[in-house]
Design a protein around this ligand. Structure first.
Ligand code: GLN
Length: 455
């Protein structure tokens, strides 16, 4: 279901379909019990939104027990903007707890299944959002992307997912995970729909000091411009080692097709890019350990009562966090606390920040030479449920090709570019800061000219 089709949908049917399909997929955490009202704007459609974006109509759980019954007293800027454009938010989607994960297996509300092959993961952390879009439960969704959480599940489920430039979209009301990396972005069936949603949610916001005071382009018009003569960089470090040969091949075939459309292909090198994953897994847990310190049983969510025999405030913190947080969340908090503690901070956190700077310089240099960069989105296609659940390192490797864009703050989109063993392969287009128009333009022309399901 794309946005145009959703404009004529009967909302009762919409909810019934969502309830039915959800029994199998577990993509949704909250669903409205009766049809709501669509507005009169250009985006008068229903949708489901990732459950780490706060809403007034539904609890916001972050798929964590610690926030199981948390009701936000305010709503996110992106929600207010969607409503002004006519959207009715019909519920919230499942995710890895606090958006930490790459398979949606870390949710306190159960795993989400990949609608294309239900024995496989949908990817994460925005797995519920992407599964809901791929299964036709919603014309679009919003996810959040800190290291790949929009693009990686989009690749696994065969849909479009875009992480905007850091600051392009307000983070006000996105529950902070790693604040220097988090961005909200659209998950859709087509690049045109992505452009439409991005135009609505973008823009400076006085409530988010990191939002950029720059005008929002008319993305749906921008993406129609021709791609003849555009310079496409192919970074050699994003191919080969660590990337499944079947994925490698599909993406290279797609690059050849983009060349046929008139773009110029240039091989480039980003020598520091292979350090992005390790750098990400220092910086990100450090920020997680700091941001998640606020969930201590006092102000938000889970609160232990008199029956729990708690005597001291320290005991309250310990018990609440022990009961309320899942394994992966605890692992990140411990990693991040370690790398920012006295004596280790210089060796880990401060050094990682310096490496991130070097990676950024590499990208800056290459973007003087080319308009966009193309790579696979993920090293593999969707893996089996359970396959990596007990192997954190294998799980972290899913972010190999997506984490660089977050560290550098640049926009990146994933679109499906073919099938390998019947499973979708994601193609990633990265652009310079605020280059959303050009990356969607390349993606749109590929999508328009080729049917990925036949490639
Ligand atoms: N898989 C990555 C992680 O677990 C990305 C998470 C995200 O982008 N929210 O950290």
């Amino acid at each position: 279901m794309n946005i145009a089709e959703a404009k004529t949908i009967d909302l009762k049917n919409f909810l019934k379909q969502a309830n039915d399909a959800n029994k199998e997929l577990n993509a949704l955490i909250s669903i409205a019990d009766k049809p709501g009202k669509l507005g009169s704007g250009e985006l008068a459609v229903p949708c489901f939104i990732k459950d780490n974006i706060v809403t007034l109509e539904y609890p916001t759980t972050c798929a964590s027990k610690i926030l199981e019954n948390f009701q936000s007293p305010y709503e996110a800027t992106v929600i207010t903007k969607l409503k002004a454009a006519g959207v009715w938010v019909a519920g919230k989607t499942n995710l890895d707890e606090f958006a930490l994960g790459a398979s949606n297996e870390n949710s306190a509300f159960g795993v989400v299944k990949n609608p294309i092959d239900k024995s496989r993961v949908p990817g994460g952390s925005s797995g519920g959002s992407t599964a809901a879009v791929a299964a036709g439960l919603t014309p679009f969704s919003l996810g959040s992307d800190t290291g790949g959480s929009i693009r990686q599940p989009a690749a696994f489920c065969g849909v479009v997912g875009l992480k905007p430039t850091y600051g392009r979209v307000s983070r006000y009301g996105l529950i902070a995970m790693a604040s220097s990396l988090d961005q909200i972005g659209p998950i859709t069936n087509t690049v045109e729909d992505c452009a439409q949603v991005l135009k609505i949610i973008s823009g400076v916001d006085p409530k988010d000091a990191t939002s950029l005071p720059v005008p929002v382009p008319d993305y749906p018009a921008e993406i129609k411009k021709d791609i003849k003569g555009l310079k496409i960089g192919v970074p050699k470090e994003f191919f080969g080692e660590g990337v499944d040969p079947a994925v490698d091949k599909k993406v290279k075939d797609a690059i050849a097709k983009i060349k046929e459309l008139g773009a110029v292909i240039i091989e480039v090198s980003l020598p520091t890019a292979p350090f992005a994953l390790a750098t990400y897994y220092i910086i990100q847990p450090a920020e997680v350990s700091s941001n998640l310190a606020r969930f201590d049983g006092v102000k938000y969510g889970l609160s232990l009562g008199a029956d729990d025999q708690i005597e001291t405030i320290e005991e309250l913190y310990k018990k609440t966090r022990a009961l309320g947080l899942g394994h992966e969340v605890k692992r990140r908090i411990m990693l991040g606390t370690y790398t920012t503690s006295a004596g280790f901070r210089e060796a880990y956190y401060d050094r990682a920040r310096k490496v991130a700077q070097l990676i950024k310089q590499d990208f800056d240099r290459v973007f003087k030479q080319v308009d966009v960069l193309i790579s696979p989105t993920t090293p593999t296609v969707a893996f089996k449920l359970g396959e990596r659940a007990n192997n954190p390192l294998a799980m972290y490797k899913a972010d190999l090709l997506t984490a660089p864009a977050n560290l550098v703050g640049i926009p990146a989109i994933s679109i499906p570019c073919g099938l390998a063993d019947g499973l979708p392969v994601g193609l990633q287009v990265m652009g310079p800061q605020l280059g959303e128009s050009v990356i969607m333009r390349v993606a749109h022309h590929f999508e328009k000219n080729y049917n990925w399901r036949e490639l």
